[in-house]
Design a protein around this ligand. Structure first.
Ligand code: MG
Length: 392
């Protein structure tokens, strides 16, 4: 936003999703371990040219949205209307009242896999057009059928329209505000074009297919599984000094003990080792390079925000955490009674199932710094998957 321009993603997730089956609206159902909504949020949040996200939701869906997002920061929420057009309008009005962006990308949460290539292509197209959307050519034979079979429809110049659809904000706002209430509109691109603006298409993406019917979830799982991913492993190690009169925090849980760990933050040595393991797998430095101990804002900080940051970095790279394993090395206190609470807390911070989070403990037979109760050490290993770099 350095040049005063801002690009906002407006994600529409207001539907009840009844066609996809089940009681849960489809944007809150999971593919590849994450909700459809979380996939869309991660795609935009991880793109360097996107400055913010606004989410349009159904009435009373606030709690479901927060649950669907796990540990992610929740974007501003706007309550949508009875139709998609009303929901988009509500989002545009919200933006217009606050900080009207230069560009808005309007996206349906039912299309969870937005690639950075598509976002790049849309922003580039807006250099010379007021609107742009991804589209795929129609491959199947098309036929008219009204009671009896009619003519085949020529496929030339026919495309299937996808989202996100990107527009100069003022153009799409004006189109929505001037559109006659009673007139149908299939999508925002049609409205912007019909109000006299130039709208173009960019190459669509098979990954952007809409999830509409129950069987689409299986297809989306298969598509996701077919994406080439590479496995990465990172390790972390940390030590903090035990002193009287400090609180003892391990794995985001406060333990009753005569001594606590000293350090600039809450000195949660286990989380620090884990953060370094995740950053190591990403090859993105270490905890000290992101949260320097010399910076006063981290004095006394809860370490769970460091861990949430590391997890966010994985998501921003389009990755998944497969497993984390921690070993806490100390003579006292005993870790066993707190192990379940520690695993549950770490799983909650990372948004992972419990069976992907391991916490172990050992002593050092009264040898060394841990054995003399001078400090507590921790080591961690994180295994994750990152998208393989696409071949240009
Ligand atoms: Mg530390």
């Amino acid at each position: 936003m350095a040049d005063g321009r801002s690009n906002i993603a407006l994600i529409v997730a207001a539907g009840a999703g009844s066609r996809a089956g089940g009681d849960v609206p489809k944007q809150f159902r999971r593919v590849g371990g994450e909700t459809l909504l979380a996939h869309s949020i991660d795609a935009f949040a991880g793109h360097p040219e996107i400055d913010g996200i606004v989410l349009v939701i159904g009435e009373g869906q606030e709690d479901a949205v927060r649950a669907a997002l796990g540990s992610r920061p929740c974007p501003p929420l706007v309550t949508g209307g009875a139709t998609r057009r009303e929901s988009v309008r509500a989002g545009l009005d919200y933006l217009a009242e606050r900080h009207a962006p230069s560009i808005v990308l309007i996206h349906d949460a039912a299309r969870p896999f937005v690639s950075s290539r598509v976002i790049d292509g849309l922003l580039a197209a807006l250099q010379s057009h007021e609107g742009a959307f991804p589209a795929l050519p129609v491959a199947d034979t098309l036929v008219r059928f009204e009671a009896v079979m009619g003519d085949t429809v020529p496929r030339d110049h026919l495309y299937r329209v996808q989202t996100p659809q990107a527009f100069l904000f003022e153009a799409v706002l004006a189109a929505h505000r001037s559109w006659p209430e009673a007139r149908d509109a299939t999508d925002d691109a049609q409205m912007v074009r019909d109000t006299g603006h130039s709208v173009t298409i960019i190459p669509g993406d098979i990954m952007l297919e809409k999830i509409t019917h129950p069987e689409d979830f299986g297809r989306a799982e298969a598509l996701l599984a077919s994406q080439p991913m590479i496995s990465r492993t990172g390790m972390g190690f940390d030590v903090h000094r035990l002193v009287a009169g400090e609180e003892l925090w391990l794995c985001g849980v406060q333990l009753p003990h005569s001594h606590g760990l000293a350090g600039h933050s809450d000195a949660d040595v286990a989380i620090h080792a884990l953060v370094d393991a995740i950053l190591g797998a990403l090859a993105e430095g270490d905890i000290g390079s992101h949260f320097p101990p010399s910076d006063p804002q981290w004095r006394g900080a809860r370490s769970d925000r460091f861990l949430a940051f590391a997890v966010e970095r994985v998501r921003a790279r389009g990755g998944l955490i497969d497993h984390v394993d921690l070993t806490i090395i100390c003579e006292a206190p005993k870790i066993g009674p707190h192990r379940d609470a520690m695993r549950a807390r770490l799983a909650a911070i990372m948004g992972l199932p419990l069976d992907q989070v391991s916490v172990k403990a050992t002593t050092t037979e009264r040898l060394g710094l841990a054995g003399r109760k001078e400090g507590i050490a921790a080591q961690a290993v994180a295994t994750l998957r990152l998208p393989a770099t696409p071949v240009a």
